[in-house]
Design a protein. Sequence first.
Length: 479
Amino acid sequence: MLRRLLSISLLCLLPVSPLLQADGFARLAELGERGFLIGAEARLLDSREVLGAIEPQRQLSPASVTKAYLAAAALDHWGPQHRFTTRLVSDAELDAHGVLHGDLVLDGGGDPALSTEDLWRLTQRLHQRGVRSVDGQLVVSQWRFGPVECITTDRCQAHSRVANAYSALLSSAGVNHGSWCVTVAPGPAAGEPARVTSCDSQAEIVGIDNRVVTRPDDSGTRLNAERILDNDGDVMVVSGQISLNAPPREIYRASSDPALQTARTLLAMLGQAGIEVREGATTSIAEPPASSRRLAEVEGLPLQELLLRTMNHSNNFMADLLALNLVDTPRADLRLGGQAIEHFVGGIPDHGPLTLRSGSGLTPENRTSAQGVNTLLESMFHRPALFPSFVASFQSPGNGVMRFMRRGSTTFQHHVMLKTGTLNQPVAVRSLGGYFRTRSGRWGVVSVMVNGTSSTPWLNWAQVLDPLAEDLERMINEN
């Protein structure tokens, strides 16, 4: 009995490895029993005490938690108030009658949030400059990057047809996140076709195949839409029904060519402003001539606002455009954007291995560890000039834009700020990383990655967030 007591006493004196602290994630660890690969770590920032860990150095797919790396690298590179600029330029002469004798060029500045509102402001400023007609073409230049090679199945398939907006292709001259928008409104009477028009122009800038029928009041609205590419260009095929008393609905679908989408949209706006472009619109990968003069320009949103939108809505188009902008040389691709982020992370001590093939996380080859994500989060916490903008881009579950986040107790919902990541192919991925505050006000970081395999069952967010909420609530209450 004495020997047994001595043995137990000696064991109690040995340091506990973080790899053995899975009891901190007692509920989350149950997913491992079903065959899922888990990497998790939660630790306090003041003492660096590890409150729980499950294989924290395991390299796994982070999915859209990749965007936290992108946000940190972008803030480090530009600072929170940086704005991207889009310009209208020309090397042609403008005569006394308002005729521009040559081409008008939109110099795509890589603004991830360039919108039709921005294009309209450019149009108005061009009109204020005195331009009334263009005796040439409207040329949309995507010389910085674009068209960018697709390296994910979703984006490659989206060139010919797509039923979503998140697979948008990439260009430094893309508008509205690279997606067409159409508005569906009831027709004049039940049984009549609905009214389907472009959101951004009175003129038809994208083909519309309207198969929507107007139904009597309160019949319900059910709409389906797919953007296809045919010999005449992009066509929005919209089907279903809309109630006679229903409000208009907007539908977004990725375009086959973001720069051409910008060209057609801007051309229509110029026409509405009374500026004739005699030879139509085209796109180019050539840089505008060095002799070009600026005729109009518009500045985009500050970077801190871009990151809020990128992170909250997990916008793949915006994230990948920001990563491409990090590359110093023109004609960047997604791999170079990922390498630019890797270079930034290489300056963070003790991060460990990192592999990024994109800034969005849409690429399933991205790899990092829970410990690595927490190291990134800790490094940003200690940068007071950047941390407010960085942490503001995360979401508390109780205020989550995505409904699946609104789970767990009040403590979990309002003491935690997270970025989540989701992939379903080739395997299921549910990941998250972010900050928490304990009951006593201490800051902590938490990262969890759950990756499926070819033999694991389907994984939904409830299966990850519900047990995590219990584990993390206990850590918050006990510290």
